[in-house]
Design a protein around this ligand. Structure first.
Ligand code: CP
Ligand code: NVA
Length: 301
């Protein structure tokens, strides 16, 4: 049985296989591949895209999604993640979980008898990174040598998953952020063992020759109490027209969304010609469907 808790759970060949499966799904194939299958969505944090794209992806392939608002579940009253996961895996074939703490997801995944997918924790957002890189692959018809720059909170979940995934796939990853925010040391070491990573405080230096410029919110879910501090330390890292001009001519702007216009990105950039944020959001549905097919094909019950 295979889980997707971290990008580290997938080999390069497996990511390529997921992308090829996604290509088929995007062309209208594999329509009944989830027939008779149930997907539980165990979500402790809010979600617009990941929830809806997983649900739509599952329905598109003939399966049934079951959304679980954890506020109404016994886990909110102290039932352990172990017991919750054991029980959910009796009723469903695969589980996508968005959890407050990555450690809780590890406990949850350990107990499950069906594959568990990380639908975001504070440490990683692997489905997001995979669909973003799939979008880049579509734009460029290949990934080798492409430079992806992440601006802003270079220690956030999306940055961590993109760091691991991009270097695994032959891309160059540039992290651009303030000196007070350090990238995850373990992930950086892993990424450097498989590819090229640069870290810069300077937008001009970090964005030079970038093909894709990516940013995420300055205040992630769960960081509300340190919002003022984060906004202050990241205030010099807004992706605006001037920042985009530091990248290659024709570079695309990316954002996982939700965006905070006027903070990490200006409306001019996110609504501008270089922005590919809606294509990214749409691809989540196809890539997550590809992940479901791939993981269930690895699992014989
Ligand atoms: N990008 C993303 O994960 O968005 P949601 O929080 O709306 O799911
Ligand atoms: N870093 C953001 C990503 C949202 C999709 C957060 O965790 O809130």
């Amino acid at each position: 049985m295979k889980n997707l808790v971290s990008i580290n759970d997938l080999k390069k060949e497996e990511i390529i296989k997921i992308f090829e499966t996604t290509d088929k799904i995007k062309r209208g194939g594999l329509k009944d591949s989830m027939k008779g299958k149930r997907l539980a969505l165990f979500f402790e944090k809010p979600s617009t895209r990941t929830r809806t794209s997983f649900e739509s992806g599952m329905l598109m392939l003939g399966g049934s999604p079951i959304y679980l608002d954890t506020k109404t579940m016994q886990s909110s009253r102290g039932e352990t993640y172990y017991d919750t996961s054991k029980v959910l895996s009796l009723y469903t074939d695969i589980i996508a979980a968005r959890m407050n703490r990555h450690g809780d997801l590890l406990e949850f995944a350990k107990a499950s008898d069906v594959p568990v997918i990380n639908a975001l924790t504070e440490l990683e957002h692997p489905c997001q990174a995979l669909s973003d890189i799939y979008t880049i692959r579509e734009k460029r018809r290949g990934l080798n040598g492409i430079k992806l720059s992440f601006v802003g909170d270079i220690a956030t979940n999306t940055a961590n998953s993109l760091l691991l995934a991009s270097t695994k796939l032959g891309m160059e990853f540039s992290m651009v952020g303030p000196p007070s925010i350090k990238p995850n040391a373990e992930y950086l070491k892993k990424a450097r063992s498989q590819g090229t990573v640069t870290i810069s405080e300077s937008l001009k230096a970090g964005l030079k020759d970038s093909d894709f410029v990516y940013t995420d919110t300055w205040v992630s879910m769960g960081e509300e109490s340190i919002a003022a501090k984060k906004k202050k330390e990241l205030s010099g890292y807004q992706v605006n027209k001037k920042a985009m001009a530091c990248a290659s001519k024709g570079a695309s702007f990316m954002h996982c969304l939700p965006a905070h216009r006027g903070e990490e990105v200006t409306s001019e950039v996110i609504d501008g010609k270089s922005s590919i944020v809606w294509e990214q959001a749409k691809n989540k549905m196809y890539v997550e469907a590809g992940i479901l097919v791939y993981l269930l094909n690895q699992t014989r019950r």
